[in-house]
Ligand binder design. Sequence first.
Ligand code: HEC
Length: 440
Amino acid sequence: MYPAWFLPTLSSAFIIAMVATFHILPSHLATSALWFGVYVERKAYKEGRSEFIEFLKKFSLLVLIFCFIYGSITGVGIWFSAAAASPRAISALIHNYVWGWATEWVFFIIEIVTIYAYYYTFERVSPQHHMRIGIIYAWGAWISMIIITGILAFMLTPGPWFKTGGFFDGFFNPTYWPQLLSRTGFMFSLAAVYAMIAASRMSNSPAKEEIIRMASIWGMGGLIAGALFGLWYLHKIPSSAKDLMDSLVYLKHLLVICGVFGALVFVYFAVFGYLRPSLARGWLSVAAVIVLFVSIIAGEAFREGIRRPYIIGGLMYGSSQVIARDVPAKKVKSEVEELNEKGFLSRLYYLPPRFRTINDKNMIEVGRIIVSHECAGCHSIKRNGLIRPLAKLLNGMEKEDIEDILDSLGDYPYMPPFIGNEKEKEAAAAYLAKIAKERR
Ligand code: HEC
């Protein structure tokens, strides 16, 4: 085991969530933008509309800056925070999908080269060549989504991979196609609002309204497709995830928020894009991005939430990153019994010797270490923490009662069992009882 990244108030999960959800905006814009861009460009050449090219310059500059500065920074940020929070899970994914990521990075490079080429060669190369650059970008960007979605979906439903350990058996898993197609739909709605922002900076002309109307049609189509494939996704999630929705009602609320805010954006497209494009304003489109972002946050929080208690579905528990089952094809063995017998500390190679045997003097400190591994990935610790703080959940409880809770942890559908021997359980309970009595 690696040392735990312990953030008593925020929790490491919260940091990843912040970085990763923001990343959706630039990443999904990057994958969708030039499909719309090339569509407008083709129309521009065919109908001799030079104003459309003016729009495309603004739009592709927005894509270049937003996606390839903020998208790149947050993309690296996801690796950084996920590797610090869940090094074993990242390692397990890399061991299975290193060639998937390597392939994805090839397409990233294609994206980066071609977006610059696209932006800087307007009117410098022939229209055919320029559109070809745009098409290479559009495919490169979408293929990067095709690849990363396989790994994302694997984390919920490894499916036949459990039997075979095969790369593609895990990649084309039960939730792969609905998730890919749903993301593909939604990405067009994001391209559409950004196109409306870019168009709002054009001088008033019929071309401006035409672009806004075209964008809104793409946006509405994207939302409808995204929602339909999203329903298919809900149909394909494992039954354990459906049970989880019954015990954690907030997951259902997230779906409602996702749907309602998505519907608001649909109304925005319909009214300010399709019916009355003259009413569209830049600030309104920025507001629509924010509303769409709320919908996205809810959807992604749902997708992450239904994976509990695992960080990799059925294979590895969240927070502690202990392997939960055998996968003979990969020579992977469950670690639960072994750690319950030998103790969780037996695998914390980084621990100094004074913490290796628990006694009355070091009990609270060792308890803190165990809790930081086994709980802090999903819970803030302190009372003022942001994510279901343990001090509040265990408010004022005594050590013995907390030990009983630790015994029954595995009965909750959303939490892993406590892993470790009796002495370690006592130490964890002692530490939790201490923070449960702290006022702040
Ligand atoms: C995989 C994530 C995860 C891990 C790991 C985890 N929890 Fe939880 N825990 C949850 C979720 C989700 C809830 C539900 C909170 C809610 O209702 O909003 C919860 C709720 C609780 C509750 C309230 C019980 C209830 O009725 O819902 C307690 C107490 C608790 N956790 C203690 C712990 C302790 C102690 C640990 C570490 C040994 C731990 N949890 C590890 C996800 C986790």
